[in-house]
Ligand binder design. Structure first.
Ligand code: PAF
Length: 272
């Protein structure tokens, strides 16, 4: 991987990396297309990273379909698909982990201890292996994106981070590889996430700036779906991810919920 990228760089080409865990959907394809607009060669990494899954999470059952993913990458003219086996990525006695100690504490970090250590470590490794000029991540994983911007800033990693907007199904459900865990009934229930965030957006567009009223409007929709277990719904500052209160000029409403077998996340950025 490194020698290929070196050859491209020597020809003066710019390289974009789209890190993924595979099971590609339109959301990923939109990130690949964004990378293709910004760079000359797009590398997609496909690696279900064991270190970002906690005990009892879905590492084993995470959907894997290499042939389908490879065909999708080919159709997008991806220059290289980097899909290392886990034993090649991690030495058996690997002992260094990157820990972000501020942004990673709340939201998903609270419910998934160690998750962002795994993400930061694997992304730093992918950056070292692929040495891209640009890397593209989705805004659906809003906290991940904020942490990875911090990673390159604080460790002086010369990679520009670009963000791609959330891609939604026609009915509003944010695209996710985990959506395939949902039964038809679960899927209907899962719509309350985008519905609640959409309601907050409507109020925002009508001029509502009070955090409590925005939260309450979203909360009323969740209350109608008792089968959906809300892990958190938080109103945070888009950059620091700290809780906001009172009247605000900008915020992110971030939500995580268990819907049947799937843990889903979604968010809405307002005013930023
Ligand atoms: O967002 C993901 O799919 C993963 O967290 C990432 C960034 C590929 C790291 O494993």
């Amino acid at each position: 991987m490194r020698s290929r990228v070196t050859a491209w760089r020597e020809q003066g080409e710019r390289v974009g990396l789209v890190p993924t865990m595979g099971s590609l959907h339109e959301g990923h394809l939109s990130l690949i297309r964004l990378a293709a607009r910004e760079t000359d060669r797009v590398v997609v990494s496909l690696f279900v990273n064991p270190t970002q899954f906690g005990p009892g999470e879905d590492y084993e059952s995470y959907p894997r379909d290499f042939e389908r993913d490879a065909a999708l990458c080919r159709a997008e003219n991806v220059a290289a698909l980097f899909a290392p086996p886990p034993e090649e990525m991690y030495a058996a006695d690997a002992s260094i982990t990157i820990h972000e100690g501020r942004l990673a504490d709340g939201l998903c970090g609270r419910s998934r201890p160690g998750h962002f250590d795994g993400v930061c470590t694997v992304v730093a490794k992918l950056f070292n292996i692929v040495q891209p000029h640009v890397a593209v991540f989705g805004e659906k994983d809003y906290q991940q994106l904020a942490i990875l911007r911090r990673l390159v800033r604080d460790l002086d990693i010369p990679v520009q981070i670009l963000a791609g907007p959330i891609v939604r199904e026609a009915d509003g459900l944010a695209m996710s590889s985990r959506n395939r865990y949902l039964s038809d009934a679960d899927r209907k229930e899962a719509l309350c996430l985008s519905e609640a965030l959409g309601r907050a957006r409507e109020l925002w567009d009508e001029g509502e700036r009070d955090v409590v009223r925005l939260r309450d409007a979203a909360g009323e929709i969740f209350a109608k779906h008792p089968s959906v277990t809300i892990d958190y719904m938080e109103t945070v500052d888009p950059e620091t991810l700290e809780s906001v209160s009172g009247e605000v000029k900008q915020l992110v409403i971030a939500v995580a919920a268990q819907v049947g077998p799937a843990r889903l996340i979604d968010n809405m950025v307002l005013g930023a």
